[in-house]
Write a protein that binds this ligand. Sequence first.
Ligand code: ZN
Length: 496
Amino acid sequence: MRRGSALLLGLGLLLAAPAGAWPVHVVKHLCLRDALFMTELVKSRSVPLGCRVIDCCPGCPAGAPLDWRVRLEGRLVEGLSIRGLPAAAKHGGGATPIPDGVVVRGREGWLRQIPQSPGAVPLARLQLRLDPKVLAEIDAAGPAAPTEKVSIFVEQWLGNVLVNGIDFEFRLSKCSTPNTCDRIEQLNKQGGEPSAIALDGSRLLGCSEDVIYDVDGVAEVGDVRQWSTASSCNSEIGVYNESNAMELIHPETSWRNGCGDVVQADLDPILVAPVTIWKMGAVGSQVGENADEDLAYAMEVFRTNRSGISFDPKYAWGSDAGGALTALATACQLPFVQPSFYDSDRLNVYYLPSVVSVFLGDGFLRRTFGSLFEELEPTGISCGADRNIIIIGTDSNQATLAHEFGHAFSLHGGRDEWAHVNDLYPTFTDENVMWAGGPASRDVFTLGQSFRFNVNGISMLNENGVRTGQIERDCKPKDGTNPPNRKCPALDMDWR
Ligand SMILES: [Zn+2]
């Protein structure tokens, strides 16, 4: 085992709860694979500076400098590095500046007077530094090593007012060795990145559901027992990777009692969704100037989250001819008013020459228009009447298009069910693309979301015939059935 002097663990933290709900408490389990001991761990993610919720600090002057108090608990934690924040005027406790940020050593550190500038939301990247001596102990103890708890508390203060904070807990343990018995093999896998394989099946002690294997090739899955209707277990395997379509297979009769069973997942090419991007302005004008970048970002997000979905764009210019813009932005009626600016059976994205709210005159679209529109952040719209229609305003950010694609691919409920993940489960943060009003850095879809993109009958992948001849379901974003619907994984199911 190779070891660095201080190991870094990237953290996904958020600071986005209303003041009344503070602190946000998030628990994450991680197992320490050998790779984790050797390398910088898990990608680093973003933490926004400031009070992210409008009016979460009534009476506070906007943009005043903030103080951060960071506390660390757990014997495995050596410190925390923070990068990407504007430089604090002073540091205290165990906090000291480094060339590109701040390191907090020991149990507590202060960053005082971090400037905020209007409009910009700086994103801090936090990385936990683990203690190599304790890591060596865990490694030596092997599977018998106890689970180590590490907690991070980040508070943001405006003077003596606490404006935001999070209590983030990691439970870290040594990974158990693979249980060689039955296995799942992947055929025709493209690309070198690992696949996430989600397994539902019968086990000696009952049904197991949504057990995730994050593997390059073969998944050693232990003893999956013979399936029978009497067992009432679901028997299903979902395979998700960056370069193939998401594959859902039913191996009921392939599993027998005892070891040695092999199930092969024969993977199909990635799904490619055709999309027409309409720039609703004069030819050559600046309307839709970010469309290329937005689409590239969306493709990257769908790829890296193993959704099995890519896009094939066509670009076209539209105009206000025949009242097209008004029809589009007031009632998603454009195909009836101006069919020459609409392509059937594919996604149509309309870049407006203005912000969406100019047309709507009301930021709270759901109240005004009910199920016609599906957006709390009036920077983009997915039309309820025709989910092939997406509208993007000039105040969108680079994640808005990916977010609207998520709505088109079935994360699109009724009037009070927005499929947004804000405050849905504590596992969701504003790193999730479906966090309404979230930052430009949103870049996560869970496997539970990708499952719905692919499998839900109302996903435009199925309605437009991009995905054909395969199982369809109707999995709500949040399954309220009791007992839970075994055919629908939880929205927050994921390999991370
Ligand atoms: Zn939305």
